[in-house]
Write a protein that binds this ligand. Structure first.
Ligand code: OFO
Length: 174
């Protein structure tokens, strides 16, 4: 059994995860339109991951006799100025999600809901990794520069980062 307050806070988290999935999908589409396949592939993978994060909460809510609400998702922006702007926005969004997870943890402590607290530990870890990843990509873009000459190198780098992230994930699952 879960409190109504916690159920509604988790439904808010579902909205954030769903929005992240659509937001990253829109970014992937923009990168594709600019010929940046590596970045597009990376953002497609992120978009799928975010849907997975949303689905975890869906399943958790049904397990604890709560009700998961399928969210209405606002239209994300479709146009971006540059690849740098995209990763600045990814980083900002990840920070917003982390803050929201922290609020959920605070509710768990307030309500002595250690079951949900335990469930959310996975998200704490995931947010640390995702913020770190977004920040390190931004550092690389700042290092390489995001002028026309640098785009090819950034795109190659994105392919490498995606490969590394996938290898790590496969290792964790094994
Ligand atoms: Fe769902 O982890 Fe990022 O936002």
């Amino acid at each position: 059994m879960i409190s109504k307050n916690m159920e509604s806070a988790l439904n808010h988290q579902i909205e954030l995860e769903a929005y992240a999935s659509q937001y990253y999908l829109a970014m992937a589409s923009w990168c594709d339109s600019q010929g940046m396949e590596g970045a597009a592939e990376f953002l497609h993978a992120q978009s799928i991951e975010e849907r997975g994060h949303m689905m975890r909460i869906f399943h958790f809510l049904s397990e604890v006799d709560g009700f998961a609400i399928t969210p209405a998702i606002p239209q994300p922006p479709l146009e971006f100025k540059s690849i740098k702007e995209i990763f600045e926005k990814v980083y900002q969004h990840e920070q917003k999600v982390t803050a929201s997870i922290n609020k959920l943890l605070a509710i768990c402590y307030k309500e002595d809901d250690y079951n949900t607290l335990n469930f959310l530990q996975w998200y704490v870890e995931e947010q640390r990794e995702e913020e770190n990843l977004a920040r390190s990509i931004l550092d690389k873009i700042n290092l390489i520069g995001d002028g026309a000459q640098s785009l090819y190198f950034i795109d190659q780098e994105m392919k490498n980062i995606l490969k590394m992230a996938q290898a790590k994930e496969a290792q964790e699952k094994a």
